[in-house]
Design a protein around this ligand. Structure first.
Ligand code: MIC
Length: 650
């Protein structure tokens, strides 16, 4: 079969432990590696405790501290201490604050072609750049993978994107993935693996591929894969890890479920306008827009090249005085390399503010732009309010566009700047031998020592709530009526106010849905069993399972939507919230906030996928269906995955 000859098909087949590779059905995969970051990891570690795990059963599991680095009070530092102690206790690698953003850091130090990776961060798919099968999922999925359980997914279709031609000057990898978003939008990749192939790959380095693979998350894709070819061998050689290289490509008879092509020579500088990564237009269409902040860095432009190209562009010049030009190095290693090569000096001399290696403004931890200011970032997402400023205006672009716009103070197509200033597109390449120093990572303790480790838990680490089994009937008001593409940021916000409570569900719950309705938590207190009604692609964006847990904690029992984003859909099920899809998508329009809905016969979830939802306020009925696998039905009936496992063990 042609699908099995694709690289994605090969990787899936190599890791398959349950199910068959038929799109739409549930499959179970072996996870060789796991990745967690602090903002999702504190729950993962609490889940490992709840599962009673003795020691990680994966080949390799790494906990990064990259998201929540502010230490304005004791809470974040306490979380970091808890994470470190949990790594010591459960046999995980620990990457401390300042080592860098998980995705590029993992690629530099641990990623290996042919391995599978489950990560509690939606951008885990970035590792597909190395020819890995890398999937972003909710924290509990990762906890279970660490415990040796299969990673369950809906088998995706395989979408081949043939790259031909060569990128023109001043156009780079970010523009390629923005072109994908321009064509297909934020749900174009849902239940698909995007596999890039073709002669155009020759002009994309391993880190360029990371840029494209990373933002597969913005397309809603299950994963992105690139072949492991000579570019990957060269990358691993520079990291001192050529022994991890394995040549991996699609077979000659590969055929894809969906086919697409990008002629790289036709791609131009693009920008995603506020406030969705899918709002993509050519930079020239919006050039001249004033810009007050420019930030480079994040997992969506993490490579040495991305900073070096910006440095070479601003070198010997001054950034506009109206612009805050922020440089967020992505890893300690790249920071060292930028310092050694002199690029850091050029950036600082041109007016840059240099921050520590980490996610920072990308998750809204600092760097909130002044109200009314356009902020231009090389980041992956610009959901409303994510920057920390409630009415923000964040644009996403390449480092080239960011650097020239920092100089001019207005959105500028780098080709236009180059023509006026006779500037050639800087051709930079990383050091032949990277500055990798493995000693910055802490290896797992030997088993006997690990067993004696105590977990260090401050009061902010609050434990997991208990949820009761699914009742046969759910009756309650619609507390929230939302449109299409509701992001997990809108369900459980990012940013410096909420993030310190990522290990504290009762406290974090106070922020639930407040971006959409400030009174939601208060109204939920009066309606301990309620519904949310939404449009397409509900729960897009982050993998944070907090968005499902806090809502369930406040009494959300059913989400009725036109469709769901993959990760959040699984998170809802894992924590006992029933996701139902309208049979007639127009029915959602008939429902108003505060209408009382009722759905019964839920104990027959296994026998029937279709239910009648009664609107008692309007005396109407709607048909709705679930797309749950028999395994997920079992999870929901038990009230969630943890109670289900506890029941299975009894
Ligand atoms: C994101 O980009 O949204 C994040 C921050 O990386 C999240 C993780 C989180 O919410 O902690 C993600 O993508 O999963």
């Amino acid at each position: 079969m042609g699908r099995e000859q694709t690289l994605a098909g090969r990787l899936l087949a190599e890791h398959l432990v349950a199910g068959r590779l038929e799109p739409g059905t549930e499959i179970g995969l072996r996870a060789d590696q796991t990745l967690t970051q602090d903002a999702t990891g504190t729950l993962v570690m609490q889940e490992l405790e709840a599962l009673g795990l003795d020691r990680a059963r994966t080949e390799l599991s790494v906990q990064y501290v990259d998201h929540n680095l502010l230490q304005a009070d004791e809470k974040n530092a306490e979380d970091h201490a808890y994470l470190r102690s949990a790594c010591r206790r459960f046999g995980l690698w620990f990457s401390k604050a300042g080592n860098g953003v998980s995705h590029p850091t993992h690629m530099e130090r641990f990623g290996a072609p042919g391995k599978s990776l489950a990560g509690s961060d939606s951008h885990t798919c970035a590792a597909g750049a190395l020819g890995m099968l890398a999937v972003g999922v909710g924290g509990l999925e990762v906890a279970l993978a660490i415990a040796g359980e299969p990673l369950y997914l809906r088998m995706p279709e395989i979408w081949g994107v043939r790259l031909s031609g060569e990128l023109p000057p001043w156009v780079s990898a970010k523009d390629v993935v923005l072109e994908m978003l321009r064509r297909h939008g934020v749900s174009g990749g849902r239940h698909r693996i995007i596999e890039y192939h073709g002669p155009g790959l020759a002009c994309l380095s391993a880190m360029d591929r990371h840029v494209i693979a990373n933002m597969g998350a913005e397309l809603g894709a299950t994963a992105t894969v690139f072949p492991a070819d000579e570019a990957i061998r060269a990358f691993l050689r520079a990291e001192g890890r050529e022994h991890d290289f394995r040549d991996l490509r699609a077979g000659r008879d590969a055929s894809y479920d969906i086919e697409d092509e990008i002629d790289l020579s036709t791609v131009e500088p693009l920008v995603a306008k506020p406030s969705s990564p899918g709002n993509v237009v050519p930079v020239r269409e919006v050039s001249g827009t004033p810009v007050g902040q420019v930030v480079i860095g994040s997992s969506a432009n993490p490579g040495f090249r991305d900073f070096a190209v910006a440095a070479a562009t601003v070198r010997g010049r001054q950034t506009a005085d109206s612009v805050s030009f922020d440089v967020n190095p992505t890893s300690r290693q790249i920071l060292v390399e930028l310092a050694r090569s002199g690029h850091l000096t050029d950036l600082v001399a041109a007016g840059a503010r240099v921050h520590q290696a980490g996610c920072l403004g990308c998750i809204g931890m600092g760097q909130a732009p002044a109200p009314g200011t356009n902020s231009l970032r090389t980041f992956p997402r610009n959901f409303p309010g994510r920057s920390g400023t409630s009415d923000d205006s964040v644009w996403l672009c390449s480092p080239e566009t960011a650097a020239v716009s920092a100089l001019t103070g207005v959105l500028t197509d780098p080709r236009d700047y180059a023509t006026v200033h006779h500037l050639a597109h800087p051709r930079v390449s990383g050091p032949a031998r990277s500055a990798a120093d493995p000693r910055v990572f802490t290896a797992p303790l030997p088993e006997d020592e690990a067993m004696r480790e105590e977990l260090v838990k401050g009061p902010n680490v609050a434990g997991l709530p208990d949820f009761e089994p699914l009742p046969d009937e759910i009756e309650g008001p619609v507390l929230l009526k939302a449109g299409d593409d509701v992001s997990t940021d809108e369900i459980s916000p990012a940013g410096a106010r909420a993030l310190p409570y990522r290990s504290n569900i009762p406290k974090l719950a106070e922020f639930t849905f407040t971006r959409l309705d400030e009174d939601y938590p208060k109204r939920a207190a009066d309606s301990p069993e309620h519904f949310v009604v939404a449009g397409e692609n509900y729960g897009q964006g982050s993998s944070r399972e907090h968005a499902a847990i806090t809502a369930r904690y406040l009494g959300l029992r059913v989400v009725l939507a036109r469709s769901f984003a993959r990760i959040h859909w699984q998170n809802l099920v894992n924590f006992g919230v029933l996701p139902l899809e309208f049979a007639d998508p127009e029915d959602g329009e008939k429902i108003r906030r505060d209408d009382v809905l009722c759905v019964s016969g839920l104990h027959r979830l296994a026998e029937t996928a279709e239910f009648v939802v009664r609107n008692q306020t309007r005396d109407e009925e709607y048909r709705a269906r679930h797309q749950l696998s028999p395994r997920q039905v079992d999870v929901l009936l038990a009230g969630g995955r943890i109670p289900q496992l506890a029941r299975a063990l009894r």
